[in-house]
Design a protein around this ligand. Structure first.
Ligand SMILES: NC(=O)c1ccc[n+]([C@@H]2O[C@H](COP(=O)([O-])OP(=O)(O)OC[C@H]3O[C@@H](n4cnc5c(N)ncnc54)[C@H](OP(=O)(O)O)[C@@H]3O)[C@@H](O)[C@H]2O)c1
Length: 276
């Protein structure tokens, strides 16, 4: 059983379809049920025997995240894959979520942090969480002094910070699951980050893509490859991580990672009131 956030479009839809092809029952966690219904039809067209359901999830609302998790924990026996894919992208003006978080940080990072924490009790004993990040995380840092971007909001930088936070979260979660002294986190759970490089091939281009792989294959690989042990960053394997076959790639430098990750985790748990 796989749960994919943002499964109604783009990379989320590609990933949900690929998981259905591989025989997973797929739950599309989407914020608009009509778009979810259309996506389920598209997946069913491609994979006629797909087993699909959808659940409503608005990552800009802690109330919605909690309702979604409660519904999944009762309706889904045990999940094997959670793909944290949904994202707000390039929000032109600074915007706050209903809980008062800056939109990129709130939706992309805090929302998935809370959802993952709430869903962990329903994880199977071979579960993995895939956190979709971005090459833009390379140039980001966490503005601990101003997480709400009260000053100097820049759309690209706010997006990149949220994707950097997802990467740090992904690695820290995996570290906690591997720590034998820490029984709060399931030792069988693997947490894997993935980025799509260039992303989806541009629609309508006449020229054939120079690679037979598309960016979303990295996310599918992270969700399904049995050889992954957790903690990896998966991306296209060419030198610049822009295209090529998916593989474990070098993550961006994370200065003082242990301290930064602990601080980020504590703040996320406080803000979301999901202490895990
Ligand atoms: N495409 C790229 O080139 C690229 C590059 C690097 C990283 N990425 C990452 O890959 C992932 C998917 O990107 P994409 O290009 O496929 O994006 P996309 O086509 O814009 O899809 C984004 C998805 O997120 C959903 N979403 C947005 N806000 C939400 C919210 N508040 N609550 C719940 N769902 C919400 C959208 O739902 P609606 O349809 O309802 O808006 C949509 O399903 C993202 O994490 C992105 O950061 C993409």
């Amino acid at each position: 059983m796989a749960i994919v956030t943002g499964a109604n479009s783009g990379i989320g839809l590609y990933t949900a379809t690929a998981l259905a092809e591989r025989g997973y029952q797929v739950v599309l966690a989407v914020r608009n049920v009509e778009r979810g219904r259309i996506a389920m039809e598209r997946i069913a067209d491609a994979v006629p025997d797909a087993e699909l359901q959808q659940v409503r999830l608005d990552l800009s609302s802690l109330r919605s995240i909690k309702e979604c998790a409660a519904e999944l924990l009762t309706s889904v026996p045990a999940w094997d894959v959670l793909v944290n894919d949904a994202a707000a992208k390039l929000v032109p003006e600074r915007l706050l979520t209903e809980d008062g978080f800056e939109w990129n940080f709130g939706v992309n990072f805090l929302g998935h942090f809370a959802l993952s924490g709430l869903l962990v009790p329903g994880a199977s004993d071979q579960a993995r969480i895939v956190n979709v990040t971005s090459l833009s995380a390379r140039n980001a840092k966490i503005r601990f002094h101003d997480l709400r971007w009260d000053n100097g909001y820049r759309p690209g930088k706010a997006y990149a910070m949220s994707k950097y936070a997802q990467l740090i979260f992904s690695r820290e979660l995996n570290r906690r699951c591997r720590d034998e002294r820490d029984s709060a986190y399931p030792s069988s759970l693997r947490s894997i980050a993935a980025h799509p490089g260039r992303g989806l091939p541009p629609v309508g281009r006449r020229r054939r893509p120079s690679s037979r792989y598309t960016g979303p294959d990295s996310i599918v690989f992270a969700a399904t490859d049995p050889g992954l042990i957790g903690g990896e960053l998966i991306g296209p394997s060419d030198r610049n991580q822009l295209q090529g076959a998916p593989a474990a790639v070098r993550p961006p430098a994370i200065p003082d990672e242990g301290v930064t990750a602990l601080r980020l985790w504590r703040i996320a748990a406080q803000l979301t009131r999901v202490p895990w």
